[in-house]
Design a protein around this ligand. Structure first.
Ligand SMILES: NC(=O)c1ccc[n+]([C@@H]2O[C@H](COP(=O)([O-])OP(=O)(O)OC[C@H]3O[C@@H](n4cnc5c(N)ncnc54)[C@H](O)[C@@H]3O)[C@@H](O)[C@H]2O)c1
Length: 301
C-alpha cells in the first residue's frame, strides 16, 4: 500500500514510518520540521518539507496518490495552545481540513488520525475512560483534536472517506523531544542523565496514563486493515503519578539527585487514564520496561 505520513519526521510519526516500511509498504512524508528531525527520515523515503497548511499540499497528494494518509503533524504543546489558541487552531484544525480536502479530491480511501484521549475526555467521571466517556476537553489543543474527529465523521458520512482516530494516552519512548513542554519522561530523563534535578510542578500526585511508543506504532499498523474503523483508545489502563515517574527514572539513571518542587500549573488536569482499545493485542508494555528502553536510548545519544 502507498501511505503518506504527515509529521513523519517526529517522535511518533517517524517510528510509524519505520514500521510501515518494514511491513513492505511504500511511504512518503510531509513534515515542515517544526519539531521533526532530519535524522528520523530514512534515506529512501521521499519527504516534502512543507506545512499541512500550504497550498502545495494539494499538488503533493495529487502527484503521490497515496491509498491512505496517516496524519500525525500537529502543534502538540498544550501550554502553547492556551497562550495562542488561534495559531494552534490554524495548524491543528485548518491544516487538518486542508489535508482532508486534498484527500477527498485525490481519492484517498482512508485516514488514520493521531487524536488524544488524555486531552479529549477532560477531568474524568470514571477510570479508566473508555471511548464512550463524555468529552469535555479543557485546553484549546484538546478542542482541536475533538474538532478534527468530528470533521472526519462528517467526511465519512458525506464523502465516504474511511477513518480511524486513535486516542492516545501520554506517549513516551525513544526519539521524544526533551526540550519542549510535552513529554515529562523525556524531559526528566534528559535532565537526570546530565546530573540535574527534575522539577516537579505542584505536589506531583497528578496522574497520567503512560503508553510506550512501540504499542502506539503497533496500533497504527493494525489500523491499516480496511475493516478497522472509528474511534479507538490507545493507553495502558494504569495511572502513574509524576512523583513515581521521577523516582523510577532516578533509579534507572542512577542519578544522585532529588526532585525539586515548582509551582503547580493552574488548570492542569488532576488525573487521566484510558482503557486500552481493541487494537491493543496482549498486555501493554510494562512501564519499567518502556522506561528502561527510553533511558538507554537517551544514554546512546
Ligand atoms: N506524544 C504524545 O503523548 C501524544 C499524545 C496524544 C496525541 N499525540 C499526537 O501525536 C502526533 C505526533 O506527536 P509527537 O509526540 O510525535 O510530536 P512531534 O512534535 O515529535 O511530531 C509532530 C511532527 O509534526 C511536524 N509538524 C508540526 N507542524 C506541522 C505542520 N504545520 N505541517 C507539517 N508538519 C508539521 C513536526 O515537525 C513533527 O515532526 C500529534 O498529532 C500529537 O498531537 C501525541
Amino acid at each position: 500500500m502507498k501511505i503518506l505520513v504527515t509529521g513523519g519526521a517526529g517522535f511518533i510519526g517517524s517510528q510509524i514510518v519505520d514500521r510501515y516500511l518494514a511491513a513492505g509498504h511504500e511511504v512518503v512524508i510531509v513534515d515542515n520540521f517544526e519539531s521533526g528531525r532530519r535524522e528520523n527520515v530514512p534515506a529512501k523515503v521521499r519527504c516534502y518539507a512543507i506545512s499541512i497548511n500550504d497550498n502545495e499540499l494539494a499538488e503533493v497528494i495529487k502527484k503521490e496518490k497515496p491509498d491512505l494518509v496517516n496524519h500525525h503533524a500537529a502543534q502538540i504543546d498544550v501550554r502553547k495552545s492556551v497562550e495562542d489558541p488561534a495559531t494552534d487552531a490554524t495548524i491543528n484544525i485548518v491544516g487538518s481540513l486542508n489535508l482532508l480536502e486534498c484527500c477527498r479530491r485525490s481519492g484517498v480511501k482512508k485516514v488514520i488520525f493521531a487524536s488524544s484521549g488524555g486531552a479529549i475526555y477532560g477531568e474524568q467521571d470514571y477510570y479508566p475512560a473508555d471511548e464512550k466517556h463524555r468529552m469535555e476537553p479543557r485546553s484549546p489543543y484538546g478542542i482541536t483534536k475533538l474538532t478534527v474527529e468530528k470533521y472526519l465523521q462528517s467526511y465519512h458520512w458525506t464523502h465516504g472517506l474511511s477513518f480511524v482516530a486513535l486516542r492516545y494516552a501520554n506517549v513516551y519512548g525513544p526519539r521524544q523531544n526533551a526540550l519542549g513542554e510535552a513529554g515529562v519522561i523525556a524531559i526528566f530523563t534528559n535532565k537526570l542523565l546530565k546530573g540535574e534535578s527534575p522539577i516537579i510542578n505542584g505536589d506531583g500526585e497528578q496522574t497520567r496514563d503512560y503508553v510506550f511508543v512501540d504499542d502506539v506504532v503497533a496500533c497504527n499498523l493494525e489500523a491499516l486493515k480496511p475493516e478497522v474503523r472509528g474511534i479507538i483508545n490507545v493507553g495502558s489502563g494504569i495511572e502513574t503519578s509524576v512523583n513515581q515517574i521521577a523516582q523510577e527514572l532516578i533509579r534507572l539513571t542512577g542519578a544522585k539527585v532529588s526532585p525539586q518542587r515548582g509551582p503547580g500549573k493552574s488548570g492542569e488536569q488532576k488525573r487521566s487514564c484510558l482503557k486500552p482499545g481493541v487494537l491493543q493485542k496482549g498486555t501493554p508494555t510494562v512501564l519499567a520496561t518502556g522506561l528502561a528502553k527510553t533511558v538507554e536510548w537517551f544514554k546512546q545519544r
